[in-house]
Design a protein around this ligand. Structure first.
Ligand code: ZN
Length: 331
């Protein structure tokens, strides 16, 4: 076992009643079995919007899991005394899979123990040219960004996809998957990763969500954009789940948080010598700052999900035009 998994299990033992957990499966690693937990706050109901938070998809990116654990800790504490806050969960359901790839995290690998990059492994193909290697490949299991063999879906992804599917009946679902390692600034990416030409069907709703975020918290400096502005890849989990959700009468807005780690490295070049190198802040005060700064975002997403029936009604052609001009114009 390792720190994040221990911390999670300890928290679940002491959690208030409203916080329920289950194991989606167990990853076998040598003699150890490492469980993948799903945590739910608020009862399931057909008419309830759902917020899904995931992390630890890449085992090296421990900070993503730590951000979610910090949020869970805060939620558990608050539910003990704040009845007004607890009542929010009559309107919204929160689901969290904070550590999808415990085998990878235990090994200190990006991939799962079978060398599969879980974010290149979903059954979806890039429409245009994917980035070389980085965009997912089948050259060798021993190079990073390996997709898995054709038709091979990693067990961790099978568990997550089956779990997320249960919520496609909900009227609205928002998701945030926490990663680190790209660029200097914190980014919020949305699909597609498979094409730069075709926007998602709910581009206008995505635009409205970013407006709500920046209007409510003007001091935030996230960059909000389609992932395809940077590179294209095969097998993106959220591309796949988004497309699958289209069969239902649901609006599903999946986001990926890419915490800009190059800044941590710039401030501490020796960090490159550590095994977690680019993917985790080393200095404790920097870890604390990262954990603290994203709590505002997570809280915003929770409230935006609960209030979705109200703000979705105000989305129309104005947002669609603004979104296309901002994210998809050639100029
Ligand atoms: Zn990642």
């Amino acid at each position: 076992m390792f720190a994040e998994l221990n911390q999670l299990e300890l928290m679940l033992q002491q959690a208030p009643k409203l916080v329920q957990s289950q194991q989606l499966g167990k990853v076998q690693l040598k003699t150890q079995q490492l469980p993948v937990y799903a945590i739910e706050i608020g009862k399931r109901a057909k008419d309830k919007p759902v917020l899904l938070l995931t992390g630890g998809v890449h085992g090296l990116e421990r900070i993503g899991t730590q951000v979610l654990l910090a949020y869970l800790e805060s939620l558990c504490a608050r539910l003990q005394w704040d009845q007004h806050f607890a009542a929010l969960f009559d309107k919204v359901q929160l689901c969290m899979v904070p550590l999808l790839n415990p085998g990878g995290m235990a090994l200190g690998w990006r991939s799962n123990p079978q060398h599969i990059d879980l974010m290149r492994n979903a059954p979806t193909e890039a429409v245009e040219k994917a980035a070389f290697l980085l965009g997912g490949h089948r050259v060798s299991r021993f190079l990073p960004w390996y997709r898995g063999e054709p038709g091979e879906l990693a067990q961790e992804n099978q568990w997550l996809i089956a779990y997320v599917r249960k919520f496609f009946q909900a009227p609205f679902m928002l998701a945030l998957d926490c990663h680190s390692g790209f660029g200097r600034t914190d980014r919020l990416w949305f699909p597609y990763a498979k094409t730069a030409k075709q926007p998602i069907a709910h581009l206008a709703q995505m635009y409205r969500l970013q407006q709500l975020l920046f209007q409510s918290f003007p001091q935030q400096n996230y960059i909000f954009e389609p992932q395809s502005r940077h590179y294209l890849c095969h097998g993106d989990l959220w591309d796949h789940l988004y497309d699958e959700s289209q069969q239902y009468h649901q609006i599903f807005l999946p986001l990926t948080l890419e915490m800009g780690s190059w800044n941590w490295v710039r401030k501490n070049p020796f960090q490159l010598l550590k095994s977690h190198g680019l993917f985790h802040p080393v200095k404790p005060h920097r870890v604390k700052r990262v954990l603290r700064s994203h709590l505002i975002l997570l809280d915003f997403l929770l409230h935006a999900t609960a209030a979705a029936p109200d703000w979705l009604g105000t989305v129309g052609s104005a947002q669609q035009q603004a979104a296309e001009a901002l994210w998809y114009s050639k100029a």
